[in-house]
Write a protein that binds this ligand. Structure first.
Ligand SMILES: C[S@@+](CC[C@H](N)C(=O)[O-])C[C@H]1O[C@@H](n2cnc3c(N)ncnc32)[C@H](O)[C@@H]1O
Length: 424
């Protein structure tokens, strides 16, 4: 039975189906301020986010409050929370704050770097050394600019087109400085560089090819790098105060349809936001950063789920639906052995469109769940704006919605051997 209740923000009423208590908890978790549109320009949404959540953009991040509310409602003390599509680490950060053990995997090497930085517990000496190192990197870039040293190597056409020549030279100076920094500080310095790359480029945001009309003054790129480092130190300190002791978070590269690194029978609660079918191209969005940070993203290029580039190669809506079904069932199959008895799986997913037709995330997940021995126990859904003009028609009849979907393993589907009843 479907219940509706009105909510104040742009998404409108939330529909809740299934178990009343669980679906009410999911509805509450969806009831958060709507995120800025993905093409909102200049990454405006990012600055609004608290502590480590606001450090670096990432396409289709989960709202931190949604993650926090799910974890508060469904997590138990000492539970292990797992996010197999951890992206920038939103769920892991919130699980750490809730004092739970957390494990996150993703096939995107930038995601893994970012999630692990955001969940790090750094003391003041490390933060001071990091700050000093960033100042030194800035000095190297400024010196090279003043000396008109020129680029340290030849840059590909993609960079020549994306950055004004003086910006590219400054970025090169920063990269040279980072390469000479202490090994322990280098990954965080590289992420600061990554955080400013699009802001000083001639591209409006991560997920658009639209050009920006920004004019970047000489010296601004270096100043922004140092400013972003200072800001990151503040954000990491805030996180440290929230968690109070080193959090138990692990992060690693893994394919969500294989999960080779996740022990069997280790997870109590899955909170995750898988890629939406045919919506983003994480590989393409981050290609620039892979290049600048020297990250090997071949596995993501070939095995990214939901990738728009893959779906655009399907020749019909039927082929796209079949592919989506296969991707979802493979994900649930890989997840199943990692779950402890009674584990809950919460997926945040939005409807998407391909070949002019809607792919409804709730119906797709329910079908995949049935096929893999899971039941959709509760769901909450809310309308979400659709920004992609070419597929607008797909949501004429029924609006695009975002869903929180709670799955449990069917009884009898446990992978554990059945033990004899203990004799009393
Ligand atoms: C919607 S985003 C997750 C965002 C994350 N919840 C956050 O708040 O940052 C989906 C993620 O799925 C990852 N992904 C895509 N294909 C994957 C695969 N085969 N295995 C693991 N992760 C994959 C992408 O790299 C991306 O980080």
């Amino acid at each position: 039975m479907e219940r509706k209740r009105s909510l104040s923000h742009v998404g409108g009423g939330v529909s809740a189906v299934g178990d009343p208590t669980l679906s009410a908890a999911l509805a509450h978790a969806l009831d958060v301020a709507a995120a800025a549109p993905p093409t909102g320009g200049d990454n405006a949404e990012e600055e609004d986010r608290e502590h480590v959540h606001g450090f670096h953009t990432y396409p289709a991040r989960m709202h931190p409050e949604t993650a926090a509310r799910i974890i508060a409602a469904l997590g138990t003390p000492h539970a292990t929370v797992f996010d197999p599509f951890c992206g920038s680490g939103t769920v892991l950060v919130e699980a750490a704050i809730a004092k739970m053990r957390a494990y996150g995997t993703d096939l995107n090497p930038l995601a893994i770097r970012l999630a692990s930085l955001k969940c790090s517990y750094y003391g003041d000496p490390w933060l001071a050394a990091f700050h000093d190192a960033a100042l030194k990197v800035g000095e190297v870039a400024t010196y090279r600019r003043a000396q008109k040293t020129g680029a340290s190597h030849r840059y590909p056409d993609a960079d020549m087109q994306l950055f004004a020549p003086h910006v590219l030279l400054e970025l090169d100076g920063l990269a040279v400085g980072i390469a000479h920094a202490d090994e322990d500080l280098r990954p965080a310095l590289e992420l600061v560089l990554s955080a400013i790359l699009v802001k000083v480029s001639q591209k409006r945001s991560d997920t658009t090819r639209q050009a920006s009309d920004r004019r970047i003054a000489a010296g601004y790129t270096t100043k922004l790098f140092v400013k972003k480092t200072v800001e990151l130190c503040g954000r990491l300190k805030q996180f440290r105060e929230l968690v109070k002791s080193p959090p138990q978070v692990q992060v690693g590269i893994d394919n969500a349809t294989e999960l080779e690194t996740v022990p069997e029978d280790s997870v109590d609660l899955v909170v995750t936001s898988p890629p939406y079918a045919a919506t983003y191209d994480y590989y393409a969005h981050h290609e620039l950063r892979f290049r600048w940070l020297n990250l090997d993203a071949q596995a993501l290029e070939s095995r990214e789920l939901g990738a728009r580039r893959t779906y655009s190669r399907t020749d019909s809506i039927r082929a796209a639906r079949d592919l989506w079904f296969t991707e979802l069932t493979s994900t649930l199959q890989a997840l199943e052995p990692t779950l402890r008895d009674g584990a809950q799986v919460v997926l945040l997913m939005a409807d998407s469109a391909v070949h002019g037709e809607a792919l409804r995330a709730d119906a797709s997940v329910e079908a995949a769940a049935r096929q893999t021995g899971f039941t959709l126990v509760a769901a909450a859904s809310q309308s979400r704006p659709h920004f992609h003009m070419p597929t607008m028609r797909a949501f004429e009849k029924a609006p695009r919605r975002e869903h929180l979907l709670l799955l449990q393993r069917d009884r009898g589907q446990s992978h554990h051997p059945v033990e004899d009843e203990p004799t009393v």
